[in-house]
Design a protein around this ligand. Sequence first.
Ligand SMILES: [Zn+2]
Ligand SMILES: [Zn+2]
Length: 843
Amino acid sequence: MSSRHPLVRVKMHVLLLKEPRDGESGPDPYIKELVSHGHKATLIPVLSFKFVSLNTLSDKLFQPEKHKGLVFTSPRAVEAVKMCLEAEERREEWNSSVKDKWNNKSIYVVGKATGALVRNLGLNPLGEDTGTAEVLSRVIIEREDTNILPLFFPCGSIKREVLPTALRENGVPLETLTVYQTAEHPDLEKNLKNYFTEQGTPVSIAFFSPSGVKFCLEVVRRLSGDHLTQIKLIILLFWTSIGSADAEKLFHNRDHSDVQALSSHQAEVITDTYTAEVYLSRYGFMKPVNWEEIQFEDPHTNFNDDFVDELQATIREGNSVPRSRDTPKDGDRDEHTTQTESEAFVSALTEFQKVSGLPVTGVFDEATKLAMNKPRCGVPDMEIDLNTPAAAASDILSSPTSDSFNETGSNSTAMRRRKRHLAALVSKRRRKRDVGETGYMAFSKKVLRWRLIGEGYSSQLSVEEQRFIFRQAFRMWSEVSPLEFVEDTRSPLEDVDIRLGFGTGRHLGCNQRFDGTGQEFAHAWFLGDIHFDDDEHFTGPNAGSGISLLKVAVHEIGHVLGLPHIYRPGSIMQPSYLPHESGFEMDWMDRKAVQHLYGGCKGRFNTVFDWIRKEKTPYGEVAIRFNTYFVRDGWYWLYENRNNRTRYGDPVALQAGWRGIPVDGVDAHVHVWSRRRDAVYFFKGTQFWRYDGENDVVFRQDPEGRRYPRLISKGFPGVSSPIDTAFYDRRDSHIYFFKNTLVYAFDVEANSLARGFPKNIRDVFPAVASGDHPDGNIDAAYFSYTHNAVFLLKGARFWQVVGSRDRWRRPSLPRNGLLPHKEVHRHWFDICNVHPTALKLTR
Ligand SMILES: [Zn+2]
Ligand SMILES: [Zn+2]
């Protein structure tokens, strides 16, 4: 290179830590510029890229009518567009019509390099001279009004907040799509080593991006050793070795969007006992390393200013930029290396292996290394403080399957840490906490408000998608607990109970930093906030790749409600993310855990019944199938008797189960089922409907041509309506109608009341234990095929009717006597209300 300038003496060796210019021919402009000044320059790429979501990108590109225009702040995003056109062989379609449609809209770019690539696509860009995202956003805001159509912004996984935030604040809608992901270049360290071996220590190093500093500085420091002070550490903004005019020129000649990228990087890989120790302390297995450092960082500091300060300090002192909170200064490292041999480390490692289901070796082996590098929740595992519901729950939960639980009692340092953890949370945000009836802290109210906060949207999913997923996640807890959750987008933020947001690195004023892509994906603050690491690839529930946001959200909500980690296969509260099974349900343990804190689900029902269907088997035999249904107002739960729980996703609208019956509920369902008859009726008020099971809709009229609904008094002469409830007793072919304190036995074959009816309920169904009787106004009378027994329900209680088997065992029991009452929720589990706003989410 210097041969082109034979008269200029080589002034210095410059190492450029930057990406080569893609899509441009000729040498890198910086190398060219430096060489022309007689310097010797070498370029080592810092990052590697992977394109993602190209199908989605393609869809959007070919529907220009859905957006107001395009925004590009990096050449890489334009490259993604180019790949879409080429991969799908749609270049022609693009050239003939689509590009012109876009050209009628606005195409914004941040700099010349991006602009040039955009021109290659046949588009006419605006904003090539803006240079920074900030200036570009000002241009956009000036030009765009608050349209209904959003601008479309394909971008990288490293979050660029300046532009989206500025546009959002000014009401300019923007839709972002991550089209490429950024990570440290796999050969970075190798290339750096080679450079230092072959060329020696360079005089200057140019960092072109915060990522460059982040990924390289430590290695550079190590490689240059004593020569470090001889290097003029340089980044572009502090370019001193060439003239200021040149610096200015270079500055404007490049895209600066990545200058905002410091807060994002790859999580530090756990490779040795030192990093393993950091991991074990971070997640509560042993005394923390440098814990104090991360406490109470000022949430209001502007991160970019910070970065410049840090960097300036670095340059002055010739020291390393703190890479993460856990990385100690040089002197500390040695100290810790000796400590890793210590008993504390071995015992923490053993504990980790035990709870992770690994071979318990007490040695930092391959299996342990692998497990530590898996994605996991950021909430510490060991929770000891008995004043917390988390610990309380683990205490209770450990009883049935104690060996699957961590034994926490011995680890006092972990206990201290946990306490500190909680203390920090509590002081940070004083929230109302309560001692529930079970004696543990939990939310004291049943209806909790949540919000996805505006400054914390994910950069990867649309806002609507994020909110929908969160609604589903909250609904899942609602389905198994007495809690109800409602999205609140209006109240002052202080009044919102649970706030959710995405962020990277230092985020959302939180005092626990995120670690970048990999490992920690989210954390939750006790009775408060949930943060998701936006450097992770979060996806929708059916994506099949990435990390399911739904799963992670359900897990973190569990923490907010007070649950600890649960080491049981199938539990949503396991600390590690398990990628398999796209659909998932709440495990038995999860349900019991939350109900331990908040109690079971109670409430009265309109009616309860077994719905019997006859189905032909492939062999022509008739198989009888039935399920139990619980009805409250216009909603029903299907009860799985075999699993003793409600179906996942219930309750659902009554209409979804039976078409044509009253939408706001029914008083009774009766299935007359004998050798000669098979008829299903629904009762409501003074009317009844017959249901056509074959066509799954109510009959319009009866065989005599009388239209449904018919009056109960006409169809069942002698029965006084409206009724409270009814059931059909196969044993005597009678329908028993209940009204106030009376019961009417109706003989189906004779089509009239049985002799002597109506009678007092107490006479037909006498109390077995004196005084223990519902005394009329029964909610539901239910013949259970599963239990082969009749139950009367009223309020939260039920009474089982003495059957022939009971009398065979205990002949003294009165015929049809009512056994002492029990609680409905202790017998039929998880029949839980969800908030009305969440009712329409499923099925
Ligand atoms: Zn967790
Ligand atoms: Zn956080």
